[in-house]
Design a protein around this ligand. Structure first.
Ligand SMILES: Cc1ncc(COP(=O)(O)O)c(C=O)c1O
Length: 431
């Protein structure tokens, strides 16, 4: 006897219902008026290509065109196996990633690399392979919202460890370090892994070697693997240094995730990777597990995979240097630093910028008590866009109220204009 319902009833799955993006509800409140008097300046989107001042290097374009014209990169990657059981990417592309990130203290071979659809896809693989429904993972707050979304959609609890603002002027290199005591207090029997994002979105922080070692010591004490989100690797400003986490430990197993999006300025090309750092065979099953997961959905576009060896190995260093110089100009000149620039955002009464050391972002604190008619960061950004057509994401999008995040990739004159508008806005609303 069929127990089928007698009328239509087609619900969404349990996973789909849980896969909401909490940022959406906040962002939906930020209404951009298409008829506003002033033109829109969006400091909201972490896509460096939108203003046209950060462009992919010609050599990368040429590598794609060359591979397109061979007619050899149009098939399912990897195309050389007759029966595709696992789909971690083509051997050449994986070897190119392994060679690029190989380090004497964290050696890699092509086998340790799994290509994915952007770094988001790599995070999806890493979380999926390490965490099971009912477990929890430790995530930074403030942090990139995708971590929580991916975890929660799979019924994995997201537990947030605090990052501490610190004294950004006198000790900027220590800003947004993880509160290790808090992190340790969250660990329990169900904790599956710790996620560390360095350099950070939304903070723009770059961790010292010592701080990374301290996190690793905690992970080692509790036998927890780490997911190291290093998508902003090497995007660090003068005086700072990026340490790949896997190079600092011989004990803690690490899944590093990265991709082309930010460093090569091509987020739309959707190529990312997981690199498995497992010197002691601890991740044997996990490694096999990622390969299993990779067969569910084929990895990134065949053309970009074919071009990957050229992109990773033949992009001139001057291209990367120029990207950093451009970011530094934006950061120094207009964004923030009271000590360097009279025009810094922190000169605006009511706002305090936290000096970034890398990536493409800066967090700005809003001293709510200084404003007569603004109750929190969401209202601040709502009114800012309504009155001045400057769009920023409120800190609540990153789990961190009473801050807002600025993307520092717009051209300097746009940032300067945004700064001027913020100044006028704050003057109007200040007590
Ligand atoms: C910290 C962080 N991780 C991962 C990603 C996702 O990168 P992709 O565009 O390659 O999926 C982003 C994108 O903004 C990010 O900021």
């Amino acid at each position: 006897m069929s127990t089928r319902p007698s009328t239509w009833n087609v619900p969404a799955s349990r996973v789909a219902k849980n896969a909401h993006n909490p940022i959406r509800q906040i962002v939906d409140k930020l209404k951009v008026d298409p008829n506003a008097e002033k033109d829109l300046i969006s400091l909201a989107l972490g896509d460096p290509t939108v203003f046209g001042n950060f462009n992919v290097d010609d050599s990368c374009n040429e590598a794609v065109i060359r591979n397109l014209q061979t007619f050899k990169a149009n098939g399912y990657p990897p195309a050389h196996v007759l029966i595709m059981l696992k789909s971690p990417g083509t051997e050449q592309a994986r070897a190119a990633v392994a060679e690029k990130f190989n380090h004497p203290d964290s050696p890699l071979t092509a086998r340790d690399v799994i290509l994915a659809n952007g770094c988001s896809g790599a995070l999806d693989l890493a979380i999926n392979v390490l965490c099971t429904e009912g477990q929890n993972m430790l995530i930074p707050r403030p942090g990139f919202s995708l971590y929580e979304n991916l975890a929660v959609s799979r019924f994995i609890e997201a537990k947030f460890y605090n990052l501490v603002v610190g004294d950004s002027y006198f000790n900027p290199e220590r800003s947004w370090e993880a509160d290790l005591e808090h992190m340790e207090s969250l660990i329990d029997d169900k904790t599956a892994c710790i996620l560390v994002n360095n350099p950070s979105n939304p903070c723009g922080s770059v961790y010292s070697e010592q701080h990374l070692r301290d996190i690793l010591a905690l992970a080692e004490k509790h036998h927890l693997p780490i997911i190291a989100d290093e998508i902003y690797c090497d995007l660090v400003f003068k005086g700072n240094h990026f340490y790949p986490m896997a190079t600092l430990t011989k004990e803690v197993p690490i899944l590093s995730v990265g991709g082309l999006a930010k460093k090569y300025l091509v987020p739309g090309w959707r190529v990312g990777w997981v690199t498995v750092h497992d010197r002691n065979g601890i991740l044997k099953e996990v490694h096999e597990g990622i390969l299993n997961l990779s067969q569910l959905i084929l990895g990134p576009c065949s053309i970009i995979q074919a071009a990957l060896p050229d992109i990773l190995h033949n992009t001139p260093q001057e291209f990367h240097d120029k990207t950093i110089e451009q970011l530094e100009v934006c950061e120094m000149a207009y964004s923030l630093n009271t000590k360097i620039s009279e025009e810094g955002i922190s000169q605006i009464p009511g706002l305090t910028a936290v000096v970034p050391q890398g990536a493409m972002y800066m967090m700005v604190g809003v001293n709510i008590a200084d404003f007569k008619d603004i109750k929190d960061d969401v209202e601040f950004t709502q009114k800012l866009v309504a009155e001045e057509n400057v769009l920023c994401l409120p800190g609540q999008c990153f789990g961190y109220p009473n801050f807002f995040r600025i993307v520092i990739t717009p051209p300097a004159d746009r940032l300067k204009e945004a700064y001027e508008r913020m100044k006028q806005f704050c003057a109007r609303h200040h007590v």
